[in-house]
Design a protein around this ligand. Structure first.
Ligand code: ADP
Ligand code: ADP
Ligand code: ZN
Length: 209
């Protein structure tokens, strides 16, 4: 199955993606992770992306779409994929329709007022990318899954989060209607524990198959 995870920054896409990818054996493709990896390695794409990610703006469509199109052609995507963070505007959604067929779009629905706290308290494993929250870490500073060091993303600060939420409302939220009209939208209540939200997703995907 070709699955898209939709939702505001901090809705829990990455957290749920790890679990969905494991259960359904799908490659987890996060455009945010791809950009952060390029920034870390200092590639040309990374240098360009950094000027946008630092401000909470979208990296230009042309660059982003080309990366995703190339990635979906790789062998591990032949039997399906899980896209996290792409598409993020109508142009990207229309481009994706040209090079792939989307089977299900999981929209993690959550009140935007909860997201500032989720994002400013987020800590991410530098080795495996798993997300945590300071409220649940009990002071721990390493990853439960792999022991890697946890860090705070540079764009998880109040000012940049404010921009990201604005960009989400203006550019990404309209995709909910776009996919509803195509009859592939699965709306999931994003409030509850991580396990509760995952159980809702698994139940909905079980029916969608
Ligand atoms: P996204 O990929 O959508 O930006 P993440 O999965 O990284 O979001 O989650 C953002 C923050 O919220 C992280 O700190 C994560 O630990 C926390 N989080 C994720 N799911 C839940 C949940 N169901 N309840 C409470 N906090 C959550
Ligand atoms: P979050 O999960 O918190 O929403 P991401 O890791 O998905 O954050 O994205 C981080 C940043 O990477 C975005 O603010 C944006 O600058 C860039 N980015 C990620 N995906 C895309 C995309 N599909 N189009 C343009 N820019 C993107
Ligand atoms: Zn880890």
């Amino acid at each position: 199955m070709n699955i898209i995870l939709l939702g505001a920054p901090g809705a829990g896409k990455g957290t749920q993606a790890t679990r969905i990818a494991e259960k359904y054996r799908l490659p987890h493709i996060s455009t945010g992770d791809i950009f952060r990896d390029n920034i870390k390695r200092g590639t040309e794409i990374g240098l360009l992306a950094k000027s946008y990610t630092d401000k909470g703006q979208l990296v230009p469509d042309e660059v982003t779409c080309k990366i995703v199109e190339g990635r979906l052609k790789e062998a591990d995507c032949a039997d399906g994929y899980l896209l996290d963070g792409f598409p993020r505007n109508l142009f990207q959604a229309e481009e994706l329709d040209k090079f792939s067929k989307v089977d299900a779009v999981i929209n993690i629905d959550i009140d935007l007022s909860l997201l500032m706290d989720r994002l400013c308290g987020r800590r991410v494993c530098k080795d495996c990318g798993e997300s945590y929250h300071i409220n649940f870490l009990g002071g721990k500073s390493d990853c439960e899954k792999c022991g890697g060091e946890l860090y705070q993303r540079k764009d998880d600060n109040e000012e940049t989060v404010g921009n990201r939420l604005k960009v989400y409302g203006e550019q990404t939220a309209p995709l909910i209607e776009y996919y509803r009209k195509k009859n592939v939208l699965i709306n999931i209540d994003g409030v509850g524990t991580i396990d509760e939200v995952f159980a809702r997703i698994a139940a909905a995907l079980g029916q969608a198959k």
